[in-house]
Design a protein around this ligand. Structure first.
Ligand SMILES: [Zn+2]
Length: 324
C-alpha cells in the first residue's frame, strides 16, 4: 500500500487527525535507565546451572589493553570495526556461574563486589542471585578461577562482611599465595592495589579456603584444569554430568573477538604474556577440536557458546538463548 492510499484510507475512516496528535499534547514517557538483574538458567546433565551477572566493565582504551607490544593500534581498531564493536572502549560482561549439583550449590567466581574498582556497573551479583531465586546464604562453595578483583572480591560486602556466610572457598594455592604476597605491595599499580584489596578479602577467610592442587575436583563432576598465564595459578573448570560437558574458561580469553581472532595479542592484565598466549591457543584449540561448549567470564552475556577455528585464531559462536 502506498503512503497516499494509506492516508486516503485513514481520511475515509475518519481517524486520520487522531493518529498524529500535535507535538506537546502529551508528556513524554519518563526514561528510567537501569537494567534487569541478569540470570540465565540451563541444564547440563543432572546439573542445574545458572549464569548470574555481576554487571559489566568498560575497559579502555582497546589498544594497548590488547595487543600492546605486538599489534598496531590500527590493527586492533580494524578488528573491532569488523565486529561492529565500539572502537574507543571494550564493553565487557561479568558472567559468574552457579552449579546446583543436586548435593551442593557451587558458585564459580564471585564478581567485583562492592568496590567499584573497574568503574560503575558492577557489583550486581547478589541482586542477580536473588532474582534467580538463590539466597547467597545457600551457597556451599565458591570456587575461583583466579584471584583478580573482578573474580574474588565479590565474596565481601562494603563493610567487609561475607556475602556468602555459609560458603567455603577453593582457589589454586599458587594464586592464593601470589595475590596475598606482602612483598608485592611494593609493586607499581595496578599490582599493588590488586594485592592490597585481595589480602583484605582473602586473608580473614583463610581458614575456610581449600587450596587446589593440579586437576583437583572441587565436587564430583567439577574439575579444576590448570590454565596458567593470565595469573600464575589460573584454572578453568571442566564440568561433566551424564555425558554433558562445559568448560568454564575464566580469563583464558578476555574478549570474545580480540582474544580469539588473535590469541597471540597480549592482554595487559596477563601476568605472563607468553604463557598466557600458549595457554589460550592450547585451550581454545581443544575446545574447537572437541566441540566443547564454553562459558567465557567476560564474553557477551551470558557467555555460553562454542569455539571454532577461524583465520589466524578462533571465533566465538554464541549458543541460542533457550526458555527452560
Ligand atoms: Zn577477569
Amino acid at each position: 500500500m502506498t503512503i497516499t492510499r494509506r492516508a486516503s484510507l485513514a481520511a475515509t475512516l475518519g481517524f486520520g487527525a487522531a493518529l498524529l496528535p500535535p507535538p506537546g499534547a502529551h508528556a513524554a514517557a519518563p526514561q528510567r535507565g537501569g537494567q534487569v538483574a541478569g540470570w540465565y538458567r540451563f541444564r547440563l546433565g543432572a546439573f542445574e546451572c545458572t549464569v548470574v551477572s555481576d554487571g559489566a566493565i568498560n575497559l579502555a582504551p582497546p589498544f594497548p589493553t590488547f595487543g600492546g607490544g605486538v599489534a598496531t593500534e590500527a590493527a586492533v581498531t580494524a578488528a573491532l570495526r569488523r565486529a561492529f564493536l565500539p572502537e574507543d572502549r571494550l564493553p565487557t560482561a561479568i558472567n559468574a556461574l552457579v552449579v546446583n549439583t543436586g548435593a551442593q550449590l557451587i558458585l564459580l567466581d564471585a564478581g567485583v563486589g562492592a568496590q567499584p574498582v573497574f568503574g560503575p556497573g558492577t557489583g550486581q551479583l547478589p541482586a542477580s542471585l536473588r532474582a534467580a531465586g538463590i539466597d547467597p546464604a545457600e551457597v556451599d562453595l565458591v570456587a575461583f578461577t583466579h584471584a583478580h578483583p573482578d573474580h574474588a572480591w565479590g565474596i565481601a560486602d562494603a563493610a567487609g562482611d561475607s556475602v556468602f556466610p555459609n560458603a567455603r572457598y577453593a582457589m589454586s594455592s599458587t594464586d592464593f599465595d601470589t595475590w596475598t604476597n606482602e612483598a608485592l605491595l611494593a609493586q607499581p599499580e595496578p599490582i599493588r592495589g590488586f594485592v592490597q584489596g585481595t589480602r583484605a578479602v582473602l586473608l580473614p577467610r583463610r581458614d575456610r579456603f581449600a587450596m587446589l592442587g593440579v586437576n583437583a575436583e572441587v565436587a564430583p563432576g567439577i574439575r579444576a584444569v590448570p590454565t596458567p598465564g593470565h595469573t600464575p595459578g589460573h584454572v578453568s573448570y571442566l564440568l561433566e554430568s551424564e555425558g554433558a560437558r562445559l568448560l568454564v574458561l575464566g580469563d583464558v580469553a578476555n574478549h570474545a573477538v580480540l582474544a580469539l581472532a588473535r590469541p597471540d595479542w597480549p592482554f595487559v592484565f596477563d601476568s605472563d604474556p607468553g604463557q598466557a598466549v600458549a595457554t589460550r591457543r592450547r585451550t581454545l584449540d581443544m575446545a574447537a577440536t572437541d566441540r566443547l561448549p564454553v562459558l567465557g567470564y567476560h564474553f557477551p552475556w551470558p557467555g555460553l557458546g562454542h569455539i571454532e577455528a577461524a583465520g589466524q585464531g578462533f571465533a566465538f559462536i554464541p549458543t541460542p538463548w533457550q526458555w527452560g
